[in-house]
Design a protein around this ligand. Structure first.
Ligand SMILES: Nc1ncnc2c1ncn2[C@@H]1O[C@H](COP(=O)(O)OP(=O)(O)OP(=O)(O)O)[C@@H](O)[C@H]1O
Length: 260
């Protein structure tokens, strides 16, 4: 069975205008993401990755071109976004943060409670449900964000370097937990990362962006079976080629921006 396309981006360009100057953040981006696909966007700093996610989250408008997110259920939110930080509401408990989106949709209380408990359990926060964000570590806050995003049951998930601020061990744990939740219902995910290891651990496909302005510079399939381990990724001959390919791309792009 061939999968349907969930996200289509068609010749999308975004320029920001400020008084006498303008910045073209994205130029002529065209891409498709299949239903249920986990895609990582990798590119040098400033190449427009966040801008692309913000456009798909309807927080920015394209200057040219268009995008579509295929809707299957009119009652579901189109997208949930997970940022590197500042995603959770400081005056609400863990439980209320996860429940918030569902309560806004006036869903039945019992159904909300079951869903919140399920996702809190999945990220190991059930016993911390009454705590406030200031009482949580960085890793716990990101667990709340992930639980909230999945509990909302959006058509697609947009994740902007959600683990970038975490130490290596926590990052690895959260990657495993994220995949564990994702495997349940295989939501379509677009995930920004600067870490090649993270992209190879998580994604079905890596899309490379070029430096300023961001254009699509290539893509690679990550055909490793799941669940994956770092040892498998490191020892797999094709994956080490993929790693080197992405590494060289990033080196070239960073150097090209320095040369200007
Ligand atoms: N609201 C804005 N107004 C003006 N310029 C902006 C705005 N948002 C982004 N830019 C510019 O657009 C370009 C792309 O920024 P963006 O944050 O999307 O890049 P990025 O690839 O996500 O960077 P990083 O990897 O460092 O997070 C940058 O030159 C940035 O300065």
């Amino acid at each position: 069975m061939t999968k349907e396309t969930k996200i289509t981006v068609d010749r999308l360009t975004k320029a920001f205008y400020r008084k006498d100057r303008h910045v073209t953040a994205l130029e002529n981006i065209s891409m498709e993401v299949e239903d249920g696909e986990f895609v990582c966007l990798v590119g040098p700093s400033g190449c427009g990755k966040t801008t692309l996610l913000r456009i798909l989250a309807d927080l920015e408008t394209p200057s040219a071109g268009s995008y579509t997110i295929r809707r299957t259920d009119p009652n579901k939110p189109l997208q949930s976004m997970v940022f590197q930080e500042n995603g959770i509401i400081p005056w609400m408990t863990v439980w209320d943060n996860v429940a918030f989106g569902l309560q806004m949709r006036h869903l039945p209380k019992k159904w909300i409670a079951e869903r919140v408990e399920h996702y809190l359990e999945k990220v190991g926060l059930r016993q911390f449900s009454k705590l406030y964000p200031k009482e949580l570590s960085g890793g716990m806050k990101q667990r709340v964000n992930i639980a909230r995003a999945f509990a909302n049951d959006p058509e697609i998930l947009l994740m902007d370097e959600p683990f970038a601020a975490l130490d290596e061990q926590n990052k690895f744990l959260l990657q495993k937990e994220l995949l564990n939740i994702w495997e349940e219902d295989r939501k379509t995910v677009l995930f920004i990362t600067h870490s090649i290891d993270e992209a190879l651990m998580l994604s079905d496909r890596v899309i490379l962006l070029s430096a300023h302005p961001g254009r699509i510079a290539g893509e690679m399939r990550v055909d490793l079976p799941r669940p994956r381990t770092m040892e498998q990724i490191r020892s797999h001959p094709h994956m080490s080629d993929t790693f080197v390919h992405i590494w060289n791309h990033l080196q070239r792009e960073v150097q090209s921006t320095r040369a200007h």
